[in-house]
Design a protein around this ligand. Structure first.
Ligand code: FAD
Ligand code: SF4
Length: 510
C-alpha cells in the first residue's frame, strides 16, 4: 500500500483527540505503533510498567481500528519485530512508501533525536506537531521565561490562572481571595490515621491485558516488581472512570492531607491519574474541568480544588517547559557533585527502615507512590545519600508507571536531587527523620529513632541530614533559605559532627 500520511504514535501518545489524527483519511493514511524491546529495556524496568504500556497501546490500537483506521502494529511477540522505534519507522517507510510521516512531538529528547535520525535516513519528511494536550506551548513557556529575574513556579502558575480564567472571579482576582491555600494543605492524619477512604477502583484485566501480562511475565521474567493484582486503567473509558472516581470520592480531602503519609497506602486522597494522563488517555483539561465543576457545585472545597488545579496547570506545565527549554544539557547537571551508587535496597525494599521498606515494596507492587513519598521519603534519602542524579532518574523511570522523560527528569534530578542548583526549587528538600515522624505513622514501628543522629539506633535520615549539611556547608551558608539549617549544624561540637559523618559513611557503604 502506498500511503499519504504515516501517523506515528508512541506509547505515551495514546490521545484519542491527537492533533496528528486531524484530517485522518482512512483511504490514504495509516497509524504506526511499535512495541520496541529497546524502550522496555534501555533502563531496567519493572514488569508492571512494561505491561501497563503494552496493554494500553494494544487497547488504543483496537479502539483506532474500531473507528475504521488502519493500524500497522509491531507487537513484541511478532516474528522478528523491530527492536527500536526508529527501526519500526524505517521498516514501515520501506514497506508503505508514505509521502510523509507525522506525529505529535515525543515526550523524550532521546526518542525525538532517534526518530528524526531514522526519518532522515529514509528521506521521507517527518513532521512533529505541537502537542495540544498541554495548556501551554513551549513558545508560551519561553515567552514567560524571557528576561525574567524571578523564575519560580508560583509566578508561572498565576500567569496560567489568569490566562485560562480558571478559579478567577470577574475582576481578575483569584476566587477565595488567595492564589493558593498551601497553609491549609499540610496536615498529618493524627494518631487515628486516615480513616475510611474509598479504595481506588480495580480494573479487571480483559483478554488483551491478560495476554500482555502472560507475555511480560515470560519475556521479562528477571525484571523487578510483580504483576500480581494488576488492575490499572488501560483504556480511555477506564481512565475517565478513574478520574470520576477520584473527584467523587477523594478530591474533598485531597488538599488538606496532600502531604500526609500512612503505612500500607499510597493512594490516600490522591487522584492516581498521573499514569493515564501522561499516556494521554485523558487530557489535563478533562481533569481540571471535573475538579472545578465539583467546586462550583459545592461538592468539593476550594483548598482541595485549587491544590489539584495548581498541580496540573502549574507544576505539570512548568516541569514540561523546563525540560524542553533546557535539554539536552539539563540531563548532565550535578550541582552537588553527587557520585554515590544507588543503594541496592531501592530495587528490593529490603531494609530495616520502616518507611522506605513500605514505600519501596509498595512501589514495586503498584508502580506508584504519592508526591511526598517521592520527595520526602525515597528522593530525600537518595539526595542525602549522594546518589548520582541521573541514576536516580533512571531508577525512577524504571519503576513508576507515570514516568516519562519530560516529567521524571526535572522532578527527580531537579526538584528532588537539587542537581540543577536551584532551578526547579530554590533550596534542596532536606530534613531529618523528624519530618517523616510528624507526617506519618512509620517511626513508631521502626527499629530506628528519628531523634538520634549517632549510635546503633540512629535514624539513617537524621544521620544523613547532618552529614549532608556538613558536606555542603559553604554552599548552603550562601543560600538565604538554608541559613537557619546551617546555623543549627554549626552549633554542634566537632566530635559530634565527626561521629555523624563516620556513621554516614557506614550507611553509604551499606
Ligand atoms: C522525585 C519526584 C519524581 C516525580 N516524577 C514524576 C513522574 O515521573 N511523572 C509524573 O507524572 N509526576 C512525577 N512527579 C510529580 C508527582 O509526584 C506525581 O505527578 C504524583 O505523585 C502522581 O500521583 P497522582 O496522580 O495521585 O497525583 P496527585 O497528587 O493527585 O496530583 C494531581 C496531578 O498533578 C500532576 N502533578 C502534580 N505534581 C506534579 C509535578 N511535580 N510534575 C508534574 N505533574 C505533577 C500530575 O499529573 C498528578 O496526576 C514526581 C515528583 C517527585 C517529587
Ligand atoms: S525512624 Fe527513620 S528510618 Fe525509621 S521510619 Fe522513622 S524516618 Fe524512617
Amino acid at each position: 500500500m502506498t500511503l499519504r500520511n504515516l501517523v506515528l504514535v508512541c506509547g505515551d501518545q495514546l490521545d484519542h483527540h491527537s492533533i496528528a489524527l486531524d484530517g485522518f483519511d482512512p483511504e490514504r493514511d495509516a497509524i504506526l505503533m511499535t512495541e520496541a524491546a529497546h524502550e522496555a529495556t534501555y533502563v531496567w524496568q519493572s514488569k508492571r510498567r512494561i505491561a501497563f504500556f503494552f496493554a494500553a497501546m494494544r487497547h488504543f490500537r483496537d479502539a483506532m481500528r474500531r473507528q475504521g483506521r488502519t493500524v500497522l502494529y509491531n507487537a513484541i511477540d511478532d516474528a522478528d519485530p523491530p527492536n527500536s522505534l526508529g527501526a519500526g519507522l524505517k521498516a514501515a517507510v520501506a514497506a508503505h512508501d508514505p509521502e510523509r510521516v507525522v506525529m505529535v512531538e515525543p515526550g523524550d529528547w532521546r526518542v525525538r533525536h532517534a526518530l528524526l535520525t531514522a526519518a532522515g535516513e529514509t528521506g521521507v519528511p517527518l513532521d512533529m506537531l505541537e502537542d495540544r494536550h498541554f495548556y501551554a506551548s513551549i513558545a508560551d513557556f519561553e515567552e514567560f521565561s524571557d528576561g525574567r529575574k524571578r523564575f519560580v513556579m508560583e509566578d508561572f502558575y498565576r500567569m496560567m490562572r489568569k490566562r485560562t480564567g480558571l478559579l478567577m472571579d470577574g475582576d481578575g482576582k483569584p476566587v477565595g481571595g488567595a492564589w493558593n491555600f498551601d497553609k491549609d494543605n499540610r496536615k498529618a492524619f493524627g494518631k487515628d490515621g486516615p480513616g475510611l477512604i474509598a479504595p481506588r477502583a480495580h480494573y479487571q484485566p480483559g483478554p488483551i491485558t491478560v495476554d500482555v501480562l502472560r507475555l511480560v511475565e515470560k519475556r521479562f521474567k528477571d525484571a523487578p516488581g510483580t504483576l500480581e493484582s494488576f488492575g490499572e486503567p488501560v483504556t480511555r473509558e477506564d481512565a475517565l472512570h478513574a478520574l470520576e472516581d477520584f473527584v467523587a470520592n477523594r478530591l474533598c480531602e485531597f488538599g488538606t492531607f496532600q502531604d500526609a503519609m500512612w503505612e500500607g497506602s499510597s493512594t490516600l486522597n490522591h487522584s492516581r491519574i498521573s499514569a493515564v494522563i501522561n499516556l494521554k488517555l485523558i487530557g489535563p483539561r478533562e481533569a481540571v474541568d471535573a475538579a472545578v465543576a465539583a467546586y462550583e457545585s459545592g461538592a468539593a472545597p476550594l483548598n482541595a480544588v485549587e491544590g489539584f488545579v495548581r498541580q496540573i496547570i502549574g507544576w505539570r506545565e512548568w516541569i514540561r517547559g523546563l525540560y524542553w527549554t533546557r535539554m539536552p544539557d539539563y540531563a548532565d547537571l550535578n550541582a552537588l557533585d553527587a557520585q554515590a551508587d544507588m543503594p541496592a535496597f531501592f530495587w528490593t525494599g529490603e531494609t530495616d527502615m520502616a518507611c522506605l521498606r513500605d514505600m519501596i515494596t509498595r512501589l514495586l507492587r503498584t508502580g506508584y507512590a504519592h508526591h511526598i513519598e517521592r520527595l520526602m521519603g525515597m528522593g530525600l534519602y537518595l539526595l542525602m545519600h549522594g546518589a548520582r542524579p541521573y541514576a536516580t532518574h533512571d531508577w525512577h523511570m524504571g519503576l513508576y508507571l507515570d514516568a516519562i522523560d519530560w516529567v521524571s527528569l526535572p522532578n527527580m534530578l531537579g526538584m528532588s536531587q537539587h542537581a540543577d542548583g536551584g532551578v526547579v526549587g530554590t533550596k534542596p528538600y532536606c530534613a531529618t527523620g523528624a519530618y517523616i515522624d510528624r507526617m506519618s505513622n512509620y517511626c513508631a514501628g521502626c527499629r530506628f529513632n528519628p531523634k538520634q543522629a549517632t549510635g546503633e539506633d540512629a535514624c539513617p535520615f537524621t544521620t544523613l541530614y547532618w552529614d549532608f549539611l556538613a558536606r555542603h556547608e559553604d554552599r548552603f551558608a550562601a543560600n538565604r533559605r538554608m541559613v537557619l539549617q546551617v546555623r543549627n549544624l554549626q552549633r554542634k561540637d566537632a566530635d559530634e559532627v565527626a561521629a555523624i559523618r563516620a556513621r554516614a559513611e557506614t550507611l553509604r557503604v551499606g
